[in-house]
Design a protein around this ligand. Sequence first.
Ligand code: ZN
Length: 586
Amino acid sequence: MAFPESFIKELTERNDINEVVSAYVRLTKKSGNNMFGLCPFHSEKSPSFSVSNDKQIYHCFGCGKGGSVINFIMEIENLSYPDAVRFLARRVGMAVPEDEKDVNFSRRERMLQLNRDAARYFYEQLSAPNAEDARQYIIKRDISPAMVTRFGLGFAPDSWDSLVFAMQQKGYTKPELLDAGLAKASKKGNGGIYDTFRNRLMFPVIDIRGSVIGFSGRILGDGEPKYMNSPETLVFSKSHNLFAMNLAKKSKMGYIILSEGNIDVVAMHQAGIDCAVASLGTSLTPEQARLISRYVGEVVIAYDGDAAGQKASQRAILILQQLDIKVRVLRMSGAKDPDEYIKKFGAAAFENLLKRSESHIEYRLADIASKYELSSDESRVAFIKEATGLIASLPSTVEREVYSRKTAEMARLSGDTVITEVERIRKRILGQARKKQDSESSRPAHLTQPRGKNLRFDNIKSAAAEKGVIRLLYYEPSLFNEKAQLSEEDFSSPLLAKFYTQLKERIIFGAQPSLALLAENFTSDEISILTEILNEPTELSQSERALDDYIKIIKTEKLKRHSGDGESPDLNEIANKMRESKGYGG
Ligand SMILES: [Zn+2]
């Protein structure tokens, strides 16, 4: 074991799960000892993510994820077990017992250090004699010295090895430069490496904790690619980060402006609009949307006005809506992007534009209308059909009425006609949704099988009893004396058997074992299954009899497995299903 048990125990005691989770999830509803919020791991509109104060575990009834405070940090920060432990130790100022085994942690720290040194180097290069072009470019784009400092902008010289050379002087090795994506291996095969970024204006990408995790380099003037980003590394993932989120998260504006280019972001911040971010050369990803939703509930999309920008807007709207984020869309006329708009018309005009930005419904209605010639009856009908479908999906009655009237005006119809049509469609949609839900919840397998895709229980009856045993072992460890013994072979599920033995090993004098101690030996999917088991209601007053019953079932099922005719009906059924799903069943 990498960390001593006593250390993990103290760590989890000092990192209260409610406090830790609250930094990521708005926990609002309280029910008994549990707090509820919107799950950070899947898209949902009503809270099914619970945090239990007394059990010190989290569990999502929607996607099934769960575990201790350590698992939570592993999942949300995308860290390994040892890194999550170190993260939590740092949070409460505990010293971590040394272990040399973990190379990944030191690799990570070292890469962050290298990135920071590289950022400093690029920044210094901006004042070097050979950076005249870069300085001219900054002046041409009207970027103030204050913004250069604020964003830590820099210059990658027009040279093959200036960064490589400077970093090697500081003691970084070739493999370290390659791993960090700051250098590339020479194609000559002579072991040489060269700078990834050359003759570019450099934007360090800084995560929400303030670490430089990668770079985005813009070409000076025209040319392709316009922006070049660091490749995916141990510390950098494009789809999980947003440029300038480290600054925008502190904004008091109450929303986030999503734009396409880093220069747009700088221009907006310079104009006093400090809530602008840019997705790093990708269209908005669900992970980026989730990052935003940790801080605000509203987004203004300020993508370019061209066809590609419009398409990206549509996609972003859908992703943000999934997270129940309010979306508005900025329509700029006379300029192609926020940077140009601010240069041409000034900061005040841009702020005005922001205030007038359309709700995404208006935006989409206008978009639909633009597809049809509203002069012919035929196209008016087609327009109404598409528009009412959109409006019917809005949860708020007021909104439905407002946009119905607006649509009616556009198509020169009476408002009431459109409202009636919208409500008719809405009824149909709700009916379908209810039917789907009913059929899903009446499926028993849905309830007895774990949600993890890789694990199915072969013997559902025995597995249920095995789960019961595990629950009792966790909550009533004193029950497990010599007479209540089960061995691993008695279990039908290897995973449940492993839970049982690992929990049992950690019971000291009948004390409740800690879920956090198990995190190291199981995958996060497995820990989620264990959490789900522990979260099921347990009647502890009858626990001794329940334990006897469980053991009886487990032993009977084991006998069935080992008796001559062997196969239980469950197994047959599963085998059949597998054959069917592989398509050679009939
Ligand atoms: Zn979930």
